[in-house]
Design a protein around this ligand. Structure first.
Ligand code: PLP
Length: 386
């Protein structure tokens, strides 16, 4: 492995996580148990949510939420095209239709205009995605939802922690789902969390995450547990585990520190890159704070004699890993063919996508790393200027 290569992402792990994992292994309690409950409760207090339910991934969290919403075959759920396909696939699990819509030019968050245009009598819910960590226009989205009687599930896979008009993401709409996948801002390898202020939904999700067994099923093999349990619905195997919580508990203690260091990196990038004529930075609205999960830039390809792929390759040759977030959902084979979608229906995402690039941004990066990304990028862009 090339030691000089700056990875696009590295989770921020230390001896605390190692010690907690060792402690869990020694305890002999590997699956869902006391540490999962502690992680749920500490996460819940951190967010200020009313209930938090830990599950195996964002995808599981979203699936359980839509199940609790009562989504059925033939229903429609509105999702933005600028997201990871999981946001749309959970709708397909029900035989329902993900109604994929375009995003706003400035933030790449779901377009309000497109939401309203896409509502039909079959529409049941909206899944706004806080792209890169910057919250969507939640007041307006909640107004639309109220007007048409729709549910809202916030895809907050990128936005721990983030705030909207002073409120923390996770406390705004009925349900918010987070991801603790390896590359996310808090990582347990795999994992997710449902935050909700709806007691009935919380109850349904916590039953359905573990085979549809009544609440304390995870305790059935413990001293205080009972061998007797009842299955009230055919549920899923979506529970969190104490091994995952062993990473989550120490990560949660560092979550503000990690946020602060991403903010500093973002500020350094912004300062150095904002006046470059060959790229464009994202708009950050001033009534909200991004988690800075991503630092996306857009290339002005008309001013460059290189393609995005060539620029990515040059960055790689110069030991810098970058990413692209995302290929729009409507361009993926399945969604494209099944729902007969064309780029013309998504003018913004389709034109921005070929220009998009995400720079590395994570707390393990020091100032030298950030400055190296800046100088290498500026050098590549200057040499590629038309
Ligand atoms: C990562 C991601 C997901 C899926 O999260 P998992 O925990 O891997 O299931 C969903 N939505 C967005 C926007 C993501 O980036």
């Amino acid at each position: 492995m090339n030691r000089d290569f700056l990875l696009f992402h590295k989770p921020f792990l230390s001896e605390e996580e190692v010690d907690e994992i060792v402690d869990t292994v020694r305890s002999g309690w590997l699956s869902m148990g006391p540490k999962t409950l502690r992680f749920e409760s500490e996460f819940n207090s951190y967010i200020g949510a009313s209930k938090s339910i830990a599950v195996s991934s964002w995808t599981a969290a979203g699936h359980l939420t839509l199940e609790a919403f009562g989504i059925k075959a033939g229903d429609e759920v509105i999702v933005p095209t600028m997201t990871f396909p999981a946001t749309a696939e959970i709708v397909c699990y029900f035989g329902a239709k993900p109604v994929i819509v375009d995003v706003s030019e400035d933030t790449l968050n779901i377009s309000l205009k497109e939401i309203e245009k896409s509502i039909t009598p079959k529409t049941k819910a909206i899944i706004p995605v806080h792209y890169g960590g910057q919250p969507c226009d939640m007041d307006e989205i909640l107004d639309i939802a109220k007007k048409y009687g729709l549910k809202v599930l916030e895809d907050a896979a990128h936005s721990l922690p983030a705030t909207y008009k002073g409120k923390r993401i996770g406390t705004i709409s009925d349900v918010t789902c987070f991801s603790f996948y390896a590359t996310k801002t808090l990582s347990t390898g795999e994992g997710g969390m449902i935050c909700t202020n709806d007691d009935e939904l919380a109850e349904r999700c916590s039953i359905m995450r573990l085979h549809g067994i009544n609440r304390d099923a995870w305790k059935r093999y413990s001293e205080s547990g009972s061998w007797y349990y009842e299955v009230v619905a055919p549920g899923f195997k979506y529970n969190f585990t104490d091994l995952q919580a062993s990473l989550g508990l120490p990560q949660l203690k560092k979550v503000d520190y990690m946020w602060e260091s991403r903010k500093q990196i973002a500020a350094r990038y912004t300062e150095a890159l904002k006046d470059l004529e060959t790229i464009e930075l994202h708009t950050v609205k001033d009534d909200r704070e991004s988690s800075w999960h991503l630092f996306p830039i857009r290339l002005h390809l008309e001013k460059l004699n290189k393609t995005r792929a060539q620029i990515i390759e040059e960055l790689r040759k110069n030991n810098i890993g970058v990413g692209v977030h995302f290929m729009p959902v409507h361009q993926h084979l399945y969604y494209n063919e099944t729902f007969n979608l064309s780029d013309n229906e998504f003018p913004i995402a389709s034109s921005v996508f070929p220009r998009l690039l995400s720079l590395p941004i994570y707390p393990g990066m020091n100032e030298d790393n950030v400055d190296r990304v800046i100088s290498v990028l500026i050098d590549i862009l200057n040499r590629a200027k038309r």
